[in-house]
Design a protein around this ligand. Structure first.
Ligand code: NDP
Ligand code: 8X3
Length: 251
């Protein structure tokens, strides 16, 4: 990374994204923190001052992504590291019982959103001959589980896009990596279950899940490798997980 790298984190208002902001700041980076909930980003700015640039961004909106990332204040670009983290699951019902609006939200955020942001940032990296894109996938991209059909498909798409991107930029000096978390306790399940806190809490019942900082720790490790080293992908589980739904619950 550059001496004082500039890192763009999408989905910086919560969970893994928020933890990545903290971890990169702790290493002396400057961070562009992007999400829709700007009140939370302003809190980040209040806590960390000028090292953070809060940016209101809905990754699904390509025109907004191009406009916002194309008009960052002087002194912020170029972006050295992009953490494509914004993402979500909606619902956990069989496909034939799903609300199609949930499919759209997952596909638009996890796949099109990642492409929109990458499309705005990658050309500059390739032109400069340096930069690092770190995509947050999931163990769910490596397998599928009942009720996770579309979410798993979006994360499988992230895995394919990551591999393809790496081939596309080969020889340019740009690094492409993927970090695949297993079960991490964040707002993820609350979002998945449409705000049902009880259903969300049940996901972590009797388990010691990962916390967001565990993943941020891996993301910064991936970002801090020597110039000639690329961590292509990493799968991170809590001790009590061996696959999607394969969880040891200790009561
Ligand atoms: P959280 O719900 O805590 O955080 C999700 C973040 O994504 C929020 O900051 C949210 O911000 C942002 N986001 C959602 N939609 C959009 C959008 N349209 N535009 C911009 N930002 C958006 O969940 P996690 O931290 O757990 O999730 C982060 C990533 O990790 C996701 O890609 C998820 O799929 C992945 N993951 C999570 C796992 C887990 O067990 N928690 C396991 C494996 C992968 P806002 O609402 O303010 O826009
Ligand atoms: C989130 C992990 O197993 O709930 O990507 O799909 S899982």
């Amino acid at each position: 990374m550059a001496t004082t790298p500039v890192v763009l984190v999408t989905g910086a208002s919560s969970g893994i994204g928020r933890a990545c902001v903290d971890a990169f700041l702790a290493q002396g980076a400057r961070v562009i923190a992007a999400a829709r909930r700007t009140d939370r980003l302003e809190d980040l700015r209040a806590e960390h001052g000028d090292a953070v640039l809060p940016v209101a961004l809905d990754v699904r909106d390509r025109a907004q992504v191009d406009e916002v990332l194309g008009s960052l204040p002087d002194g912020w670009p170029p972006i050295d590291v992009l953490v494509n983290n914004a993402g979500l699951a909606r619902g956990k019902t069989p496909l034939h019982e799903d609300d199609p609006d949930d499919w759209d939200q997952m596909l638009d955020t996890n796949v099109r959103g990642l492409l929109n942001v990458s499309g705005a940032v990658l050309p500059g990296m390739v032109e400069r001959g340096s930069g690092h894109v770190i995509n947050i996938g999931s163990n769910a991209g490596r397998e599928v589980y009942p009720g996770g059909t579309v979410y798993c498909a979006t994360k499988a798409a992230v895995e394919r896009i990551t591999r393809g991107m790496r081939m596309d930029v080969l020889g340019s000096g740009v690094k492409i990596s993927e970090v695949d978390p297993g079960m991490v306790e964040t707002e993820f399940s609350e979002v998945r279950f449409h705000g049902d806190k009880e259903a969300a809490a049940a996901v972590y019942d009797g388990v010691t899940p990962l916390v967001a900082a565990d993943i941020a720790n891996v993301v910064t490790w991936v970002a801090n490798q020597p110039p000639h080293v690329v961590i292509a992908d990493v799968l991170v589980y809590p001790l009590d997980q061996a696959g999607s739904g394969k969880i040891a619950r200790r009561k």
